[in-house]
Design a binder for this molecule. Structure first.
Ligand SMILES: Nc1ncnc2c1ncn2[C@@H]1O[C@H](COP(=O)(O)OP(=O)(O)OP(=O)(O)O)[C@@H](O)[C@H]1O
Ligand SMILES: [Mg+2]
Length: 615
């Protein structure tokens, strides 16, 4: 990701010394870049088109509360100016501000050249690109901050504290925290690197191509999608997915909610009429980049309607009304939900698909599992094959004891009813009182809809001993990740009484409520604050699509969909964490039309020689 350059909407404000605004000039699009001048000062260059102005930085003030929405303000106090940035790609903005702040702090440690020396210098004016942020830079800043904190603690209010003042010779309160600051530098400061194939997808997207990227379960499609969303301007980008759970995973809304055309089963005229409602039409017109995750579950007819509606509402005859489509999914996982004996209609079978997609890209590196033989087994299942070695290996898992420290495996069920029954049954069996945690929803009108999208329910009933699953990444380094399994071992003793969970990774953690936000048709935003836990004795295979689970038990006797066994099996990270019951060769099914589609993709790739490397 280009960390030194940002192009976005900017309001430039000239300030008085006391910070009042004297003049305010809006620019629809300005480019800001970070570099170093001839004295090695971190320098912000603002490109106004006809001219550019460079600000050598000594002090900046950043206002970053809305950085996730692509907004922030950069104030340069000694130049009496501030830049209010908006509609920035959020990840880019975050990295830009982080680089500027960190490099400046590192510069402060080294010291600046005096103004006098600069004036007397005869060096030629230069502006060189700043080097990328490194962990070393981040450590330098953390150490400096921790030292400052230590100093403050030893010398309260400017008075040096004598050592014998500290009677028990104990480090003062808070010093431990200061030291911790030095030792724990969050890894997330520098984003996880994309693989070569993932980077090439990002590059294609940044060149404005409409892309479909696919790949087996766990090849990092959703991971990449989140990164792509972070590089696009939020006002014109709509992140969606075919199901609520998948939408929540990438911080978006369902495709149906965005489209505003109901089920899409009505006539085109009716769909256009629905999409012409003011708020819905506004979204359609604003949209320049439409992201769709889990595209395999989008019905082909619905996709065709969307494409036609987009052209009409946007009054633009280009495919999809000129919107850039960024879609991902794996058609060998779950297909669209159909009623009764209706034939499945996949998106890739439609004319709209052929018209819109400019690039098909396949991710091939599996990230969820690392064991090569397990990856191979999953690949066979994905293609609907079950040779003897696959059969015997999976049958053998039925005897495995995958429970650890009393934490049972999550049971993946083919049918929804079984899920509720199993969870209720286990909860009732536990002795002790149950404790109810009710969510705080910003708008109760949406509670039912949120239940369909949010991984946690509005009413969460827990008991000591309950098997739970974390529904959000809390601390990736500690293993407190989305899908991590644990057991409720008690409640905090204060008024709130939040649950304490012992996780399979060994961590014990108090789980406090967190907030989810959801977008509904017309752009309405509603939030839910709830403990990020759900009962995890069982979940449905349909709801598990997209998840990574650490220990799973699966009964495949009632599999009814192609790809269903594959989805279930591929949630596990390793064979040791998997127990498959009632496994028969007949459980393994892949749709023949999907296989043909992938075969063609492969042939096409070879013919065009568009291997990822070449691309
Ligand atoms: N470049 C990467 N570096 C580190 N980890 C990665 C990378 N890409 C993906 N991962 C990790 O791999 C795991 C699987 O990724 P992800 O859930 O995005 O896969 P997916 O292709 O969407 O799978 P599914 O088809 O099951 O939805 C996640 O834990 C993710 O964090
Ligand atoms: Mg996914």
């Amino acid at each position: 990701m280009e960390m030194n350059l940002l192009t976005c909407t900017v309001v430039v404000e000239d300030l008085t010394k006391t910070g009042d605004v004297i003049k305010c000039t809006p620019y629809k699009s300005l480019s800001l870049s970070l570099g170093r001048n001839e004295f090695n000062d971190v320098t912000l260059r603002v490109d106004y088109g006809k001219k550019d102005i460079k600000y050598a930085l000594r002090e900046i003030k950043l206002f970053k509360k809305f950085v996730k929405d692509g907004k922030a303000t950069v104030r340069i106090p000694d130049r009496n100016i501030q830049f209010m940035l908006s509609n920035c790609p959020p990840d880019k903005l975050m990295m830009f501000l982080r680089t500027m702040h960190t490099k400046l702090e590192v510069g402060k440690q080294k010291g600046f050249i005096s103004d006098r020396k600069k004036l007397l210098s005869e060096r030629q004016r230069t502006f060189d690109e700043i080097s990328p942020l490194t962990m070393k830079d981040v450590h330098t800043v953390h150490e400096a901050r921790a030292k400052e904190l230590e100093k403050d603690l030893f010398t309260p209010k400017g008075k040096r504290k004598r050592v014998d003042d500290n009677k028990e010779n104990q480090p003062p309160k808070g010093l431990k925290m200061a030291r911790k600051l030095v030792s724990v530098v969050p890894r997330s400061v520098i984003p996880v690197k994309l693989s070569k194939e993932q980077s090439s997808v990002l590059e294609a997207v940044s060149r404005g191509r409409s892309v479909f990227f696919t790949g087996s379960a766990g090849t990092g499609k959703s991971f990449l999608m989140k990164r792509i969303i972070g590089t696009l301007p939020p006002q014109h980008t709509f992140a969606t997915a075919s199901t609520g759970v998948a939408a929540c995973h990438i911080g978006g809304t369902t495709l149906h909610a965005f489209a505003g055309i109901g089920s899409g089963r009505g006539t085109l005229e009716h769909c256009v009429q629905l999409a012409s409602r003011t708020q819905v039409a506004q979204q359609w017109r604003k949209c320049k980049h439409l992201v769709i995750d889990e595209i395999s579950m989008v019905d082909g007819e619905f996709f065709e309607k969307l494409e036609a509606v987009a052209r009409v509402i946007r009054r633009n005859d280009q495919p999809f009304g000129g919107i850039q489509l960024i879609m991902c999914g794996d058609f060998l996982q779950l297909p669209p939900v159909t009623k009764g004996k209706e034939k499945v209609n996949f998106c890739f079978q439609t004319k709209a698909w052929k018209k819109c997609i400019q690039m098909n890209i396949e991710l091939t590196e599996v990230r969820r599992q690392s064991d090569k033989s397990f990856i191979d087994i999953l690949q066979q299942i994905r293609l609907g094959r079950c040779p003897d070695y696959v059969y015997t290996t999976l049958r053998a898992t039925a005897k495995q004891n995958i429970q650890r420290d009393g934490i049972l495996a999550t049971r993946l069920c083919t049918h929804k009813e079984d899920v509720n029954q199993i969870n209720e049954h286990h909860l009732q069996k536990l002795n002790g009182e149950s404790k109810l945690f009710i969510s705080t929803d910003s708008d109760s009108v949406y509670t039912q809809q949120i239940n369909g999208m949010c991984p946690v329910p509005d009413k969460l009933n827990l008991k000591i001993g309950a098997q739970v699953m974390l529904a959000k990444n809390l601390d990736v380094q500690k293993g407190l990740v989305n899908g991590a399994r644990g057991i409720v071992i008690g409640y905090q003793k204060d008024n709130d009484g939040y649950p304490i969970v012992k996780f399979r990774c060994g961590m014990e953690e108090e789980i406090k409520p967190i907030r989810w936000s959801f977008k509904f048709s017309g752009g309405n935003i509603s939030t839910r604050k709830q403990i990020p836990l759900k009962l995890a004795w069982a979940i449905s295979i349909h709801k598990s699509q997209g998840m990574t689970l650490d220990c799973v038990e699966i009964s495949l006797s009632r599999v009814f969909e192609c790809g269903q066994s594959y989805v279930a099996l591929s949630r596990a990270k390793c064979l040791d964490g998997l127990r498959v019951l009632d496994f028969e060769k007949s459980c393994v099914k892949a749709n023949s039309e999907v296989l043909r589609f992938y075969h063609k993709l492969d042939l096409h790739k070879r013919m065009m020689q568009t291997s990822m490397g070449d691309y």
